[in-house]
Design a protein around this ligand. Structure first.
Ligand code: FHN
Length: 432
């Protein structure tokens, strides 16, 4: 494909030869992951010296130009006594999320794991003294969720040679190559050596990383854990899969492996006064929209400094999980469906089945669609109906019409299954 939708920047795209790799199969099937932004920024929670700092919570050090020596002091207060790895992983499980990506090091440079490369980490610098990544990795293994790390490879506002901090350090004196070779790489090695099998490393904001730098980092990951995936934000179009912009959903189906990272409110790291929570329906529609276009949804939670995932996030994730319990077959392991570009519905598919996701149920219960290229539909029924009662369907005025109940069976999204003969697999573009 020559044209790339704007939601996915070319340099954050997928390495062409990764498209066919079976290493990605677990991730392709997973569709839905939990993102966790957790760090020292949860203490100020959006406010510095009595002033509300605009923007996303984890950027407070940068936006308020907080000197390293001052920001460092936060570590002495960081004591998330309510942190419970089993609860966090249990929430992801209940939500129907299959992988968990947590900030091992964000742009502020504070390491949320026990690093031998610095003392600026949660074990050495906080009263908490525990390694939450160890606890999460153990719980993920126990509960069958893929443990994954976010790692900020370019921006580091604490390290003198890292990118971004020009208020403590003179950019002209920085040795970025040395930071990559002597700090980033040893830390990535730690993360891939001390926590068991890691599903993926979510690199971010590649900025001016050269192709050689991105490539050598990719090589390092694959040398240590060949099955570990690397996000498109390693830069230079070298990711195992493409990374869409934050909260950005492509307008149309995308023929590569891709993922949208997204917030439930308007911040990634906890902000005490951000109450702009998206509704469960909105979040669920975004999940289905993304899956119908061939992507994955990585939905964020921002725990507090005490180690608690905010209740509005818990409620929404739980409700999404309840819907997925009933309708997961239409999401997990599917691919983009043949019916694209219709405002009131989305479609996903697997061999022998097309799943129609009806967002707005028509008042007369009649679903009017363009006919599928393979007209030979065997049966239509509601996925949530255990009895599989057949819905009448037929071609009327060159339209495929399926007649369902007059009331929407599911206020969030009703899934109608269309069964096709045998292994017929309808993909976008074949329904013209
Ligand atoms: O700067 C970061 C931001 O803090 C957050 O981590 C998001 C998540 O996708 N990534 C960067 C901005 O795109």
């Amino acid at each position: 494909m020559s044209e790339q939708p704007q939601a996915i920047r070319v340099e954050r795209g997928q390495r062409p030869n990764a498209r066919g790799e079976a290493r990605l199969n677990w991730w392709r099937e997973a569709k839905f992951g939990m993102f966790i932004h957790w760090g020292l920024y949860a203490i100020p929670a959006g406010e510095w010296k009595g002033e509300k700092i605009p923007g996303i919570g984890e950027w407070i050090m940068y936006r308020a130009r907080i000197p390293v020596k001052e920001y460092e002091q936060l570590a002495k207060q960081f004591n998330p006594v309510k942190f419970n790895a089993a609860e966090w992983v249990g929430l992801a499980k209940r939500a129907g999320q299959k992988y968990l990506v947590i900030t091992a090091k964000h742009h502020d440079g504070f390491c949320m794991y026990d690093s031998k490369e610095t003392d600026y980490d949660i074990v050495d610098a906080t009263p908490f003294g525990r390694d939450p990544m160890k606890e999460l990795a153990a719980e993920c293994a126990k509960q069958g969720i893929k443990m994954c790390f976010y790692y900020s490879q370019t921006q580091d506002w604490h390290h003198p040679d890292g990118d971004g901090n020009d208020w403590d350090y003179d950019p002209a004196k920085k040795d970025f190559q040395s930071y990559v070779d002597n700090y980033v790489k040893p830390q990535v090695r730690e993360l891939l050596t001390n926590y068991g099998p890691i599903g993926l490393i979510w690199f971010d904001t590649p900025k001016a990383m050269t192709e050689a730098q991105s490539r050598s980092l990719l090589q390092l990951v694959h040398d240590i854990q060949p099955d570990c995936l690397v996000s498109g934000r390693i830069g230079n179009a070298l990711g195992d899969y493409a990374s869409a912009g934050d909260n950005a959903i492509p307008e149309v189906f995308v023929r590569e492996d891709w993922e949208t990272p997204a917030t439930i409110n308007d911040t990634w790291g906890f902000k005490s006064y951000d109450h702009n929570w998206k509704s469960t329906q909105d979040l669920l529609h975004k999940l289905v929209d993304i899956v119908s276009k061939g992507g994955n949804y990585l939905l964020n939670v921002g725990p507090t400094a005490e180690g608690v995932i905010p209740e509005p996030s818990v409620e929404r994730l739980t409700e999404m999980g309840e819907w997925l319990q009933r309708n997961g077959e239409s999401v997990y392991g599917t691919h983009a469906g043949p019916l694209q570009g219709i405002a009131w519905c989305r479609s996903t598919a697997r061999p022998g089945k097309v799943y129609l996701h009806v967002y707005d149920w028509p008042a007369d219960g009649a679903l009017r669609l363009p006919p599928l290229a393979h007209g030979d539909i065997r049966a239509a029924y509601l996925l949530s109906d255990a009895s599989r009662a057949k819905l009448p369907f037929g071609i009327e005025d060159h339209q495929l019409v399926i007649r369902g109940p007059q009331q929407a069976p599911d206020a969030l999204d009703t899934v109608v299954v269309l069964e096709l003969p045998g292994e017929i697999d309808l993909e976008p573009g074949v329904n013209a």
